[in-house]
Design a protein around this ligand. Structure first.
Ligand SMILES: [Mg+2]
Length: 266
């Protein structure tokens, strides 16, 4: 595991709902993360803000799908949905195990959403363009959905791969085997990879196999669990600003490493 440095942005989080989350201004020195060569990004509520409510629409469609599939009233469908999510990592995993649900039908339905409310993010695009290293999506959703979102955000060209739930043989995060599968598929080394993710529980297995973890924190109730904060190496409330700070830190490190030009001869 790489040595950890302490700053206001990478302290293990303490979540106090009565007080505002600490500001997440990037701190360049500890953020150079020199050992990291490859960057893994979760998609939903990580690469776009949770308050865009896009995932809330997906969440509603999951409930509607379960209601129709299992012939349940809305409240009961919601209970099943969240019970499976907690127990199996994704709602889909529970549906497949207990009801033999067709995963493709589920994914097609829940991701059939309008992305018009999602705003392109040119600032994030600028920072990703400058961030050296491969960038790969690891999502519990479908690759088709991921590519639509990346295109809408205007950042698709910076990603060399999308490892989706279909390619993962429907084994979702936080199952440790899902991360090992990702590393094998893209020939990644855990010790030189970093994972951005909004759900703290999805960072546990990643940290245990040696990846550096960055919790992209938001205010949704599903993202507030951080019972064992030791698996969280960095925290930010602002992904774009954090990556911008990282790019700047790496650039200044590279400038400092260059030898001074020889003084002119007289
Ligand atoms: Mg997410």
């Amino acid at each position: 595991m790489p040595a950890k440095t302490l700053s206001s942005t990478n302290q293990p989080p303490s979540r106090d709902r009565e007080t505002p989350a600490p500001a997440s201004g990037p701190s360049p020195e500890p953020m150079a993360l020199e050992h990291v060569e490859d960057w893994i990004f979760d998609l939903d509520n990580t690469l776009y803000p949770a308050n865009s409510n896009l995932f809330a629409v997906i969440d509603q469609r999951m409930k509607a799908f379960i209601g129709a599939e299992l012939e349940l009233a809305s409240d009961d469908a919601f209970k099943v949905q969240k019970d499976y999510f907690r127990k199996y990592g994704t709602t889909l995993r529970g549906l497949m195990l207990h009801h033999d649900t067709d995963p493709h039908a589920f994914l097609d339905y829940v991701h059939d959403i309008d992305l018009a409310g999602l705003r392109p993010d040119p600032e994030l695009a600028r920072h990703l363009e400058k961030l050296e290293g491969r960038k790969i999506i690891h999502t519990n959703g479908s690759g088709k959905h991921a590519r639509r979102v990346l295109e809408r955000l205007g950042i698709d060209e910076f990603f060399s791969g999308v490892f989706d739930i279909i390619e993962a043989d429907f084994l979702p995060k936080p199952e440790p085997a899902a991360y090992r599968h990702l590393l094998e598929r893209y020939h990644l080394c855990a010790e030189t990879s970093a994972l951005f993710e909004d759900l703290p529980r999805n960072l546990v297995a990643a940290a245990e196999i040696g990846m550096t973890t960055i919790w992209v924190r938001n205010d949704t109730c599903w993202a507030e669990e951080a019972e064992s904060p030791g698996h969280i190496h960095h925290v930010t409330d602002d992904l774009t600003g954090w990556i911008g700070g990282l790019v700047a830190a790496r650039a200044s490190r590279n400038d400092a490493a260059r030898p001074d030009p020889s003084p002119p001869e007289r």
